[in-house]
Ligand binder design. Structure first.
Ligand code: ARG
Length: 395
């Protein structure tokens, strides 16, 4: 029999895909990849077997996800269109890598994903898969069968597939350690406010908010490693900051997004950890990076976020930009005090052994070391081209 390795999330589409691929004559090896989503993945794997997978595996990719994907994104303060912290875009290249590894291991001739034909994820999977193994056959059953979400629900009901009410909810959800993406249902009306039931990891302002509080995040080489003085490691730090930020309703995003396939879509995200840590990390960079390096990096950040959003994780440009970023991050070591109040996370203090802030230069008090006499001459030369140009009245 032909064998295919399917990226299995446990959701509606990939559950239907197991049945559909089996009916098409494939032996399906289902792989659930742990990238920090809160699901019961043992149950996900068991379900894949019930649905007819010949084998179902759980691959723990959490540590790799943190180290190789999330931390580089944080280094680049990565926000697509200035707002979206690339939650789903970051996990796709890693899941692709796992698919290729399992395909080699099980001697499968094909891999499959459950993306529709309208989104970015199909591009991310297929661009990653072909970079990793140009010879592998890639199946996209959900795109090919052309069923709508309600068709899939009807298919699942007709074949009595064990889909719980959660999976047949109107929303399409993608989750990992960096946040949650929520699509479909009433969210497709861009005027309709997100209903309360879309939010799972952030608390709304209608609920009593806690007193404002500070949280001190410690960074080493641009990665968070401690929270309020406890050294906990990067993965735990992300979870801990996410929990605090979520309890203050920080990290809700409701935006109109330009998808790669040309569609404008309304997207809702919850990314309390990502949004707070990007705020903290960029604040620490402001203290520690030399200004022209920081300015150049800001331009590359936009390029990086665009590339990764658009599925080109395995591109030489992404690697080249990471190499640039790598030279900057050693200095991004220190602490940032984040002040949380309802819906707001604002840096309210920062310190670093690599700080470029010199109090004696910056102070308006007496005993400063800045020679204001130098300023007058500097300003003359700095403005000389404009002064000369202004004298020529004709322009
Ligand atoms: N629009 C987002 C992106 O392109 C979210 C995709 C979410 N995927 C999903 N299956 N719900 O990254």
């Amino acid at each position: 029999m032909k064998r295919v390795v399917l990226a299995y999330s446990g959701g509606l589409d990939t559950s239907v895909a197991i049945r559909w691929l089996s009916d098409e004559g494939w032996d399906v090896v289902a792989v659930a990849v742990d990238v920090g989503q809160p699901d019961d993945l043992a149950a996900t794997v068991a379900r894949a077997e019930t649905l007819g997978a010949v084998e179902a595996r759980l691959e723990d990719a959490k540590a790799t996800y943190v180290e190789r994907f999330v931390v580089p994104a944080l280094h680049m303060n990565a926000l697509y269109q200035g707002r979206y912290p690339l939650v789903s875009a970051l996990s796709r290249p890693l899941i692709s890598k796992v698919l290729i590894d399992v395909a080699r291991d099980t001697k499968a001739s094909a891999v499959a994903h459950g993306c529709t034909g309208k989104g970015n994820d199909q591009v991310r999977f297929e661009a990653s898969l072909s970079a990793l193994d140009p010879g592998i056959e890639v199946l996209a059953p959900v795109r090919d069968w052309g069923m709508s979400r309600s068709d899939s629900i009807a298919f699942a009901e007709k074949h009595e597939l064990p889909i719980t009410t959660t999976e047949s909810s109107p929303y399409s959800i993608d989750d990992n350690l960096w946040g949650r993406s929520i699509e479909c249902g009433v969210l497709e009306d861009p005027w309709h406010p997100p209903p309360d039931d879309v939010w799972h990891i952030t608390r709304g302002s209608e609920q009593p908010s806690d007193e404002p509080r500070d949280c001190v995040v410690g960074f080493e080489g641009g990665a968070p490693v401690s929270v309020d003085g406890d050294t906990v490691g990067t993965e735990r730090a992300i979870e801990a900051v996410g929990a605090i930020a979520g309890s203050y309703g920080v990290g809700r995003i409701d935006m109109i997004e330009d998808r790669l396939v040309g569609i404008k879509s309304r997207e809702v995200y919850e990314a309390p950890a990502a949004m707070s840590l990007i705020a903290a990390h960029s604040d620490l960079e402001a203290l520690t990076l030399e200004r022209s390096v920081a300015a150049e990096k800001r331009k590359l950040e936009t390029t990086w976020a665009d590339l990764v959003y658009k599925g080109l994780w395995f591109s030489p440009l992404r690697k080249a930009i990471d190499a640039f970023a790598g030279t900057t991050q050693a200095a991004v070591t220190g602490e940032v005090r984040l002040r949380f109040s309802q819906g707001v996370c604002a840096p309210a203090g920062r310190r670093s052994p690599h700080s470029l802030y010199d109090h004696s230069l910056a102070t308006y008090g007496s005993n400063d070391s800045f020679d204001a006499g130098d300023a007058a001459g500097f300003i003359k030369l700095w403005s000389l081209p404009t002064t000369e140009w202004s004298k020529r009245k004709s322009d």
